[in-house]
Design a protein around this ligand. Structure first.
Ligand SMILES: Cc1c2[nH]c(c1CCC(=O)O)Cc1[nH]c(c(CCC(=O)O)c1C)Cc1[nH]c(c(CCC(=O)O)c1C)Cc1[nH]c(c(C)c1CCC(=O)O)C2
Length: 355
């Protein structure tokens, strides 16, 4: 048995018994657990300092730097979970796709995928391709004690949106043109991406991640019937491929109010909700047997302490009847957020929900 064996076989008992993992499993919790998407990153001065002069993708490949950046928000805010510092395009870079993350822009792909011949760029991901991930996660789990580490990956649709468009897009016109116009090529592309994403999540879980989140950030651009037909099968394949580990699987997207039921159906244990749908309505859409994560509007943090408390109370009230609630923002922390507002928010949720 490995040193980190536990009731679930993958982590120390203190981690397994943490409020975050209990909430994901819909067990009673001592307080509602809190973490923030994008909690590591540009809102923190200590992050900007250690990143100085190091390009984003390079920083993801340095285990010591990844460890430090991942720990920064845990130390500062006392959040209930860490999220592994990386980016959704890291596994694509690791298999040799020519891409970069441009500051203020996002991922940019040199040769966008537009035809069948381009699929050859997408070879399988092996653990050796991302050995720095395994190394960083081992260092992290040693440092984190009982605080769980969340691994993550981009979902096939969101990755495809960058690969086909060549960069960020507001309309996804090239990606959706392929989906509607050449469904066979689209299905093959998403299936390839599902294999790569699944392999990337397995590496993180085997190295010690206690939960995983699949970011389908841009799936909200799709009608439910198109999501069901053209996207859900690939995301379901990703979730199935990590089911055997027994770690909670979180599924998140923005503007996905109409897709919440389907995103649960894809195989998630926890469904992430943005701020547009209150949690008491989201739970009706998702149905029984799943926990919810969310969903304070990230811009509320700019409104002053009293407004933050009022809006947070609204989220907690709408979550009152849930069987499992992980408090989070409805999307990532915005770079200009005051870090102290986040620290106060964690404290407030803990204090309001202490049982
Ligand atoms: C769509 C998406 C991407 N990356 C990610 C998503 C899904 C989450 C979401 O919906 O927001 C996921 C991501 N990217 C990053 C994390 C770190 C972990 C955490 O949440 O703290 C996570 C979970 C670091 C990052 N990823 C990126 C940064 C900023 C780069 C920097 O600090 O120099 C960070 C900290 C870059 C990035 N990478 C991407 C974008 C849109 C950007 C922003 C571009 C910009 O405005 O500069 C693609």
């Amino acid at each position: 048995m490995s040193a980190n064996a536990s009731p679930s076989g993958h982590q120390p008992t203190a981690t397994y018994d943490s409020a975050f993992l209990k909430a994901c499993r819909r067990e009673p919790v001592p307080h509602t657990p809190v973490w923030f998407m994008r909690q590591a990153g540009r809102s923190l001065p200590e992050y900007l300092k250690v990143r100085e002069g190091i390009p984003m993708l390079e920083s993801c490949m340095r285990p010591e730097l990844v460890t430090e950046i991942t720990l920064q928000p845990v130390r500062r805010h006392h959040v209930d979970a860490a999220i592994y510092f990386s980016d959704i395009v890291v596994p694509l870079k690791a298999i040799g796709i020519d891409l970069d993350i441009k500051p203020g822009v996002g991922p940019v792909v040199e040769r966008p995928i537009r035809g069948r011949a381009d699929l050859a760029q997408l070879r399988d991901l092996t653990p050796e391709d991302v050995s720095y991930v395994t190394e960083a996660i081992r260092m992290l789990t040693a440092e984190l004690g009982g605080t769980p580490l969340i691994g993550f990956a981009g979902a096939p649709f969101t990755l495809a949106s960058y690969l086909v468009e060549g960069g960020p897009s507001r309309t996804y016109e090239n990606a959706k043109a392929m989906m509607y116009g050449d469904p066979e090529l689209w299905a093959d592309l998403l299936d390839r991406l599902a294999e790569i994403t699944a392999a990337f999540l397995r590496v993180q879980i085997e190295a010690g991640a206690s939960a995983v989140q699949l970011f389908d950030s841009w799936a909200g651009a799709l009608a439910p019937a198109d999501y069901r037909r053209s996207v859900l099968p690939a995301s379901a394949k990703v979730f199935r491929s990590v089911e055997r580990y027994g770690v909670p699987r979180i599924h998140f997207g923005v503007g996905t109010g109409e897709l919440l039921g389907l995103m649960g159906e894809a195989g998630a244990d926890v469904v992430g909700v943005d701020w547009r749908v209150p949690l008491d309505e989201a739970v009706r859409r998702v149905g029984p047997g799943k926990a919810l994560q969310g969903n304070l509007d990230p811009t509320v943090l700019f409104a002053g302490p009293e407004a933050v408390r009022t809006k947070t109370r609204e989220v907690l009230d709408s979550a009152a009847g849930l069987e499992g609630h992980v408090f989070n923002l409805g999307h990532g922390v915005l770079p200009s957020t005051d870090p102290d507002a986040l620290t106060r928010l964690v404290e407030y949720v803990h204090e309001q929900t202490a049982r």
